[in-house]
Design a protein around this ligand. Structure first.
Ligand code: UDP
Ligand code: MG
Length: 139
């Protein structure tokens, strides 16, 4: 089952703008089952660890500030081919490049404030899900 799971965050801009309900509707309509979900806020240390792979990139400081400025909705989602299908549902990192109807096309403001996270591999989905949830919070 692990290979059929992905991890997402509805980022602080989605919560601030009241887009959580609309984004969850799209996730449900696309056939994902919610395995775990909560409203939570990352600390600076959390965000630096979560995005450690990007620590040398010029946008790292802005990314950490953005991701910690307010609550997020973190969730684990299950579906056949979950990682790839969820990346398709959210669209390209830059909303200017995102396909019509994708979550980022609809709700992202910019390449930085881009509404949602989606894991990029099965391995990272498992690592990222475990970063936010204990086994007791997964259903
Ligand atoms: N990001 C940014 N500027 C960039 C590229 C990425 O601010 O030029 C931010 C953006 O919020 C993105 C996150 O860093 O979602 C992680 O980047 P990644 O390349 O992993 O994109 P993703 O996997 O989220 O599409
Ligand atoms: Mg990524």
């Amino acid at each position: 089952m692990q290979t059929n799971r992905t991890f997402t965050m509805l980022k602080p801009d989605s919560v601030e703008k009241g887009h959580v309900g609309a984004i969850l509707e799209k996730i449900n309509a696309a056939g994902f089952r919610i395995v775990a979900m909560k409203l939570t806020q990352m600390t600076t240390a959390d965000a630096k660890a979560f995005y450690a792979i990007h620590k040398e990139r010029p946008f790292f400081g802005e990314l950490v500030a953005y991701m910690t400025r307010g609550p997020i909705v973190a969730a684990i989602l299950e579906k056949d081919n979950a990682v790839e299908d969820f990346r398709t549902l959210i669209g390209a990192t830059n909303p200017a490049d995102a396909a019509e109807g994708t979550i980022r096309k609809l709700y992202a403001a910019s390449i930085g404030e881009n509404a949602v996270h989606g894991s990029d591999s099965d391995e990272n989905a498992a690592i990222e899900g475990a970063f936010h949830f204990s086994g007791r919070e997964m259903f």
